[in-house]
Design a protein around this ligand. Structure first.
Ligand code: MLT
Length: 396
């Protein structure tokens, strides 16, 4: 062939982090077919969907099977019933957003990866370590990235005064509560980021996928910070909060007040992008998502979140006893620990897999500043989490 490819793909790792881990675990399993492997790696939920959600989905499927209630293509940006449920969910969190700013999608990962389509060649600021999608998608688009290192000293919550000098307007990715470190910015820190963005004409892309895990007195949305509607997009997910990792649904908020340097409304560009490249989320899934946000749905889902919280505190207390430093686990399903004995994060990954049959995620997979750290998820079953903790206590 004489076609050219997007050579920016040469700038990213050949394999996506979680595919790489899955391949290593598959290899190990082949050689150890009887090993009882406990998976605390990828943040995939294990509890089934509550019946309030499955019943709504079943009802919607039945509607699709009857001529009177059958529906074809869904609206590209989501059915009004789900957009209204999202608006009212924000109201319960004390935040006002308009229905026209809500764009329903098949998940936060897609939106985080696709948002680069509507942005030009800006400077990019990304805290390190971080969810790899931000870095990969910007590298694929040929953008220049400025990494902002997190560490134990700044609590893995880097602030604008740690940025190298000379960066002006930039696209800034923030994830709070953070994946992978579980650390969360407080209101004052978010206010500092928002005023930095306004002063420099920057855009914040706020990944709020873990909001439901906040247990302390922290902001539940970037829009609880005055001025954020002039500088921030918020991207959210039903995956972790409602157990939709396999169902697929999320949403993005783009206020009409976000205007580019040359006068374009970002929401209009995203509408245009989605209309061309996306055909909406299926009706049964949107009905399921609506049920997740209903009063009954929220009560049922809170039980699941409490279940995962108990796992997080089980892991955290073992680390306390072992005198291993960590962040997270309080406002987040992730626990980010310092690898014992100065081990590198992939070495620690191998040690846990080979000696304790536990799969976690090496910190380096989330960026250079993650080297020497390791992520465990609280999304396993309670039984497996307890078993993993026993093995950790024995090994470490
Ligand atoms: C993770 O483990 O970091 C997440 O599950 C990945 C994702 O949400 O795509």
């Amino acid at each position: 062939m004489r076609i050219k490819i997007n050579n920016n793909f040469d700038r990213i790792n050949q394999t996506y982090l979680f595919s790489n881990i899955a391949a290593r675990v598959r290899d190990y399993s082949k050689g150890h077919p009887d090993a009882d492997i406990i998976r605390l790696g990828i943040g995939d939920v294990t509890l089934p969907l509550p019946s309030v959600i499955t019943e709504a989905m079943q009802q919607a499927v039945l509607e699709m099977g009857s001529a009177e209630t059958f529906r074809g293509y869904p609206p590209e940006y989501g059915y009004d019933f789900l957009k209204d449920a999202i608006v009212s969910h924000y109201k319960d969190l004390g935040v006002n957003i308009s229905s026209s700013s809500v764009f329903v999608s098949d998940g936060a990962k897609s939106d985080l990866g696709n948002i680069v389509d509507i942005l030009g060649n800006n400077e990019i600021i990304i805290p390190d370590p971080v969810y790899p999608v931000y870095v990969d998608s910007n590298l694929m688009n040929g953008n220049h990235i400025n990494l902002l290192p997190g560490n134990m000293d700044n609590g893995f919550l880097p602030m604008p005064d740690e940025l190298p000098s000379g960066i002006e307007a930039a696209v800034i990715y923030l994830c709070s509560p953070n994946n992978p470190t579980g650390a969360a910015y407080d209101q004052e820190q978010l206010e500092t980021w928002v005023s930095y963005a306004i002063d420099t004409g920057s855009l914040i892309i706020y990944d709020n996928a873990y909001e439901a895990f906040i247990s302390e007195d922290l902001s539940h949305s970037i829009y609880s910070v005055p001025g954020a509607e002039e500088c921030a997009i918020e991207i959210c997910s039903f995956s972790k909060f409602a157990g939709f990792t396999g169902v697929r649904c999320g949403w993005t908020i783009i206020p009409d007040t976000l205007i580019s340097e040359d006068g374009h409304q970002l929401s209009a560009l995203w509408s245009r992008r989605q209309a061309t490249k996306f055909n909406g989320v299926s009706y049964p899934v949107q009905r399921a998502a609506e049920a997740a946000l209903s009063d009954k749905g929220i009560i049922e889902l809170q039980k699941n979140i409490d279940y995962y919280r108990r796992n997080a505190s089980t892991i955290a207390s073992a680390l306390d006893d072992l005198a291993i430093r960590y962040t997270g686990g309080i406002n987040s399903p992730y626990i980010w620990l310092e690898c014992p004995d100065g081990l590198g994060s992939w070495d620690f990954f191998d040690k846990l897999l080979h000696k304790a049959q536990i799969v976690g995620t090496p910190g380096e997979g989330f960026g250079q500043a993650g080297e020497g750290f390791f992520r465990l998820t609280a999304f396993g079953t309670y039984e497996n989490t307890c078993k993993a903790v026993q093995r950790l206590r024995k090994l470490l």
